[in-house]
Design a protein around this ligand. Structure first.
Ligand code: XUL
Length: 581
């Protein structure tokens, strides 16, 4: 495509909870090398458990020095491999655990440009550069009080979600900094700058303090997405002196609309590990945001992760926030957002029903029920939440019902049941209702032109979460659906999900062991080429063209219109059923 691509490497990091990973790709997006530092194993002297320290009061944190050691170690190991010439690395970017925060002392940022390659990062930065030795981790649960104050200051959960894209969450960085300002005032005073984990790693690599990246900054409950600026009302929860706090946050975040490097690689790494002094460092982002950059996801495409829990990531131009899910500014597509819908109940709930059908935990009877064309569940609807659910936000509950539409009105009448005719009905219903719940939450996040003109759903009002919409809102269909995670290997489950969601342009299945770091590689490569004028293609078009469709994804059968339409009839019933929870 360009001369620049000859012999080029791009690095993508993933600083996650349990490990630091670094992937090397070449100019054809082929994976050349992968290096992983496992925190518990490779840096066992920090005595972390799965990368963190867990405290009884719900505090969960990570030692910052461990991350510094990991960065040196990953380069040290990579520099020993003959097949990767690190001097060919043109650009780096990456992904980090979201919401975590690193606290720099007054002298910290000033030490970064002066690092001596004869010593280690830890020797030179730790502890002097930091006002706090540990970084709050996203699993922290200790900020209930702070979350309440954040929501009250804004008029409630829905209002906070409207401003920042999310309601208050324990792990979000605003409540976390607020807790430190309140409970450790001397630490807060001694803090000159706060980084997110993503901007911390970018700062280390660039050898200078780097502001927060805008997409990741949406995970703080502090950033006003509409105004694209920190929200003073929210900042005041942490510090009445909002100017001081803005300065601690390093000024305005890095705008994601156009790719620009935060700097070139620090001389420390150039001298120590033989990298190129012109290697560009592009902004790092959060892991979920990097995951959507690892796939050729275009607006109105959805990624369905069928893991222990079900998570949906999607690309949208619709800013339609909800207290039940998250919206972030998209890290690489201007004027777009990433929607993230996290369900608690996924595989576990399905497995309970599987085990009622098979003592040996065999999926066969379950799958046979899910794909059965003779098992009649047409007038059945059910919810299976062995764990409290986030979407809808309800305690642990089970509901089963049959429903009927009254002939003279559009109303749907439910009759609650203790059980269906047999457990096979539950198998079919759980997969369908999990998928239908996704469908109705995705709809308001799809562009208006995703509405299927061939169906008429009528205009009866339906309610989900904070939304009251006419049924016609749910005529929308995503463009493409990508399935990942353990249960995506189960044909029966994934096919049924695909039918309920009704993507118009294709269903795909793929494995994503490296998605976060790979998203970093792709962002580094595209940003480098775009910034250098070597491609004009927007990120999503670039990746669609370059993506290794032949090897990296499996195409599944296209959903037939009729298969999708079958579920139109169950939308009102699900809405009515959720009202009973
Ligand atoms: C997202 C979240 C987790 C972490 C995991 O809001 O908290 O997915 O990002 O690293």
């Amino acid at each position: 495509m360009t001369a620049d691509k000859v012999g080029a490497f791009y690095l993508g990091f993933d600083l996650s909870t349990q490990q630091l990973k670094c992937l090397v790709i070449d100019q054809n997006l082929a994976l050349v090398h992968s290096e992983t530092i496992g925190f518990d194993k490779d840096l066992s002297h920090y005595k972390t458990t799965k990368g963190v320290y867990l405290h009884e009061d719900g505090t969960v944190e990570c030692p910052v020095a461990m991350w510094l050691e990991a960065v040196d170690l990953v380069f040290e190991r990579m520099s020993k491999h003959k097949h990767i010439d690190l001097s060919l690395v043109r650009a780096m970017s990456g992904s980090c655990q979201q919401h975590g925060s690193v606290y720099w002392a007054e002298s910290g940022p000033g030490l970064l440009p002066k690092l001596d390659s004869k010593q280690s990062l830890k020797q030179q930065l730790y502890p002097e550069a930091f006002s706090r030795n540990v970084a709050p981790n996203w699993q922290d649960h200790s900020t209930g009080e702070e979350c309440r104050e954040f929501e009250e200051s804004c008029g409630g959960a829905a209002q906070l979600a409207q401003v920042t894209g999310s309601r208050a969450h324990h792990r979000f960085t605003g409540p976390q900094i607020m807790k430190i300002a309140k409970k450790e005032p001397e630490v807060y005073r001694a803090t000159s700058k706060v980084s997110l984990v993503s901007s911390f790693l970018a700062s280390i690599l660039a050898g200078e303090f780097t502001p927060l990246e805008e997409a990741d900054a949406c995970g703080m409950n502090l950033y006003n997405i509409d105004k694209r600026d920190y929200d003073d009302k929210l900042l005041r929860n942490v510090d009445d002196d909002t100017e001081t706090l803005r300065s601690k946050l390093g000024g305005p975040p890095i705008n994601c609309d156009k790719p620009a490097p935060v700097g070139t690689l620090s001389p420390y790494f150039v001298e120590k590990y033989g990298l190129n002094p012109e290697c560009q460092i592009f902004p790092f982002t959060g892991d979920n945001l990097a995951t959507i950059c690892s796939l050729p996801l275009q607006p109105n495409d959805v990624l369905v992760s069928l893991g222990t829990s079900t998570t949906i990531l999607l690309v949208t131009d619709q800013y339609h926030p909800s207290p039940n899910y998250h919206l972030f500014i998209h890290p690489t597509i201007p004027r777009h957002y990433m929607g993230m819908i996290c369900y608690c109940n996924g595989a576990l709930a399905r497995e309970r029903i599987r085990d009622q059908l098979s003592e040996t935990h065999d999926w066969e009877p379950f799958n046979a029920a899910v794909t059965s064309t003779t098992l009649n569940t047409d007038n059945e609807i059910a919810c299976y939440f062995p764990l409290g659910e986030i979407v809808p936000n309800v305690p642990s509950s089970y509901r089963r019902a049959t429903f009927a539409k009254s002939p003279d009105s559009q109303e749907v009448k439910l009759e609650l049941k203790d059980a269906f005719a047999d457990i096979a009905h539950d198998a079919k219903n759980i997969v369908e209702s999990q998928a239908l719940s996704c469908r109705v939450r995705i709809s308001p996040l799809l562009s208006k032109d995703c509405a299927d003109p061939s169906v008429d759903l009528g205009d009866s009002m339906v309610h989900f979460d904070c939304d009251d919409f006419p049924l016609s809102e749910y005529k929308k269909r995503p463009r493409r659906a990508f399935f990942v995670g353990g249960a995506s290997k189960n044909d029966a489950i994934v096919e049924r999900f695909a039918q309920v969601l009704g993507a118009t342009d294709g269903n795909f299945r793929l494995e994503t062991p490296n998605s976060c770091a790979l998203g970093g590689c792709y962002r580094a490569m595209w940003s480098h080429l775009h910034y250098g004028g070597l491609t004009k293609a927007p990120f999503d078009n670039f990746l669609n063209e370059q993506f290794r469709w032949d090897t990296d994804v499996q195409s599944l059968s296209l959903t037939k219109d009729k298969e999708w339409q079958y579920f139109n009839n169950k939308i009102q019933a699900l809405s009515e059923l959720e009202k009973t929870l």
